[in-house]
Design a protein around this ligand. Structure first.
Ligand code: GDP
Length: 198
């Protein structure tokens, strides 16, 4: 698939507003500031498809992008979670929308979970992994900002996350990534291709 063809399709505040549940899509999730927008931009070779640096507390939307000018294959940018400044009630509401989307979206083929390589597996990352596991949904983890660590330290971070998730070996794959250095783009494309073309 040519990821450079990604174009904005629509935004939805809740599952009810999502485009028709047809074809295949891959969704990106991650804690705010983990580097999710930068990863989407790197994977689609675009500078500003997903917005970098969002306003905390702004209404968060599920954003849909089409690939290759057709709506049957999509990338989905899920709202970032974990903003300290957002009131607890808003956090809970967003968790409910995320959970709804993950549990009920039939066209969802896989979840890309973006984590800062220096702060992997936050509490809500683990909650999401649990939801994915409940549904038998495959997850690909991007340990991003790998450029912030020396290569040995990045590799050992990767090994540590792998060993912590060993019990989910059949559903979870993990790689190092850097949007800054464009590291890991081909490996991630290969996984997305499996899901979107498979
Ligand atoms: P999001 O909130 O998860 O969408 O995170 P952003 O993509 O907006 O990135 C948060 C911050 O991390 C920004 O200042 C980015 O420039 C920076 N960042 C994102 N990815 C990388 C990366 O691979 N390497 C480095 N060094 N910085 C990154």
């Amino acid at each position: 698939l040519n990821y450079q063809t990604a174009r904005f399709l629509t935004s939805a505040p809740t599952l009810a507003g999502c485009p028709p549940d047809e074809g295949a899509e891959v969704a990106f999730a991650g804690r705010s500031n983990a580097g999710k927008s930068s990863a989407i931009n790197a994977l689609t070779h675009q500078r500003a498809l997903a917005r970098i640096s969002k306003t905390p507390g702004r209404t968060q939307l599920i954003n849909f992008f089409t690939l290759e000018n057709a709506s049957e294959r999509r990338l989905v940018d899920l709202p970032g979670y974990g903003y300290a400044k957002v009131p607890e009630s808003v956090k809970l509401e967003w968790q409910r929308h995320l959970s709804d989307y993950l549990q009920r979206r039939d066209s969802l083929r896989g979840l890309v979970l973006v984590m800062d390589v220096r702060h992997p597996l936050t509490e809500f990352d683990q909650t999401l992994l649990g939801w994915a596991d409940d549904k038998g949904m495959p997850v690909h983890i991007l340990l991003t900002k790998a450029d912030k660590l020396k290569s040995g330290a990045a590799k050992s971070a990767l090994q540590q996350v792998r060993s912590r998730l060993r019990e989910w070996d059949d559903l979870v794959s993990i790689q190092l990534f850097s949007a800054l250095k464009k590291q890991g783009v081909e490996e991630a494309h290969a996984r997305l291709n499996q899901w979107l073309l498979g």
